[in-house]
Design a protein around this ligand. Structure first.
Ligand code: CS2
Ligand code: MG
Length: 402
């Protein structure tokens, strides 16, 4: 089998998505997600200008060699744009491989290790009462694990909370909005939020929370300790992870489990975090972490250190990544949990798929390959629209992490 053609599709059914389609001489095609929120055009250009010319004529079954060629052959290694482009190729090739062998991709990764994938939903509210209402709504929908975020008294806006009616979508059309932030106001509030969630809903629900990179290590240690009575499933992105050893400080102060990694793009971003057991869950996912070929190695390394996966699954990862993630989650031994931020109906129509949700669990479906397709005529109705993630400033104007 040979790769005969490949091209990039950019569509925007409510938000931008970058999809790579690879075609072969046996009429089998594969899809890969190359979406990088706010930098979509960079990945599309990297694929079109520098990657696609190099894969035409190659055997799509050679996933390892093609991955190494695109990683080592570029000379300039790692980074979100490069690794999202490599991921798009890798995932599309595994899709082709599954279709050619007439089997779902999870069978190529070790077969089923579990029947259903535990997923977590997002419950958000402008204040604690509204957050509690949203937890109740998601519990009613059957979720067993729920991430809880709320507005912070004294702050006009914060991460995870819609500014108006309707679902939360982080990227905003046009140039970046500027938000305000105060760790002091945030730290006064979070433990009150979870005290009330546990008070109302008891101990049964898995509860998660995302700090979104905003604390210092010692602040995160304080928060983790304050949250211990509420037995969180995890505290996510407590502090920026460029300084991996910063997580040692957090670990010394709290037993609240820690998840990190949605912005990571190779195992080298997490190597020290894992081998020192400074974290409990690795969030780096297939679209940003180099695809199945790299993530399988990263997950196997993490398994040696009791670290489990907790894949990123926000709306800015396309249904191609959700499908791929569920195949990966089905097969690997050290699966932890999968994030589920449901896409819009328009997005689901552009990307018809086999995966499904029931009683707090998801399944990838048993179609050969990934079980997801791209309706290109429908996709054409949603042209790209420039959109960026917000920028964050402390109350004194200092730029900080969003
Ligand atoms: C968030 C993401 O889902 C999460 O845990 O951190 O929604 C993140 O804000 C977006 O993916 C950024 O594009
Ligand atoms: Mg997050």
């Amino acid at each position: 089998m040979k790769i005969t053609n490949a091209y990039v599709n950019i569509t925007s059914p409510g938000r931008n998505f970058v999809t790579l389609k690879i075609e072969t001489d046996e009429g089998i095609h594969g899809l890969g997600d190359g979406t990088l929120n706010g930098r979509e055009l960079s990945v599309a250009s990297y694929l079109t200008e520098h990657v696609i010319p190099c894969i035409i004529g190659r055997d799509p079954f050679q996933t390892e060699d093609i991955w190494q060629y695109l990683y080592r052959g570029a000379y300039w290694r790692r980074g979100p744009v490069t690794m999202a482009a490599i991921a798009a190729v890798d995932v599309a090739l595994w899709d082709i491989k599954g279709k050619a062998l007439n089997t779902p991709v999870y069978n190529l990764l070790g077969g089923k290790s579990r029947e259903g994938i535990l997923v977590y939903a997002h419950a958000n509210g402008k204040d604690i009462d509204h957050a509690l209402e949203d937890v109740a709504r998601h519990k009613e929908m059957g979720f067993k694990a729920i991430r809880v975020q709320s507005g912070i008294p004294g702050l006009a806006t914060t991460y995870g909370i819609s500014k108006g009616p309707g679902r939360y979508e982080p990227a905003e059309r046009g140039l970046p909005s500027e938000y305000e932030w105060s760790s002091e106001l945030y730290l006064r509030h979070v433990s009150k939020l979870f005290a009330q969630v546990r008070e109302v809903f008891g101990d049964e629900l898995h509860l998660l929370h995302d700090c979104h990179h905003r604390l210092t290590p010692i602040e995160a240690g304080r928060l983790g300790k304050e949250l211990e009575p509420f037995h969180l499933f995890w505290m996510e992105d407590p502090t920026p992870a460029e300084l991996q050893e910063g997580y040692k400080i957090i670990r010394e102060h709290t037993t609240t489990p820690i998840a990190v990694g949605e912005v990571f793009n190779s195992i080298w971003d997490a190597h020290d975090l894992i081998r020192n057991q400074w974290i409990d869950y690795l969030r780096m996912t297939l679209v940003h972490g180099g695809g199945f070929t790299h993530l399988k190695k990263a997950a196997d390394f993490a398994d040696l250190y009791h670290v489990r996966t907790g894949f990123h699954g926000a709306t800015d990862l396309s249904p191609v990544t959700m499908a791929a993630a569920l195949h990966f989650d089905t097969a690997i031994h050290n699966f932890g949990i999968q994030e589920l931020m449901p896409h819009t109906d328009e997005t689901d129509a552009v990307f018809p798929h086999q995966y499904s949700f029931k009683d707090g669990l998801m399944v990838p479906g048993d179609a050969p390959g990934l079980g997801v397709e791209l309706d290109e005529s429908l996709a054409a109705k949603y042209p790209y629209q420039r959109a960026y993630l917000p920028v964050n400033r402390k109350l004194d104007g200092t730029l900080t992490d969003w």
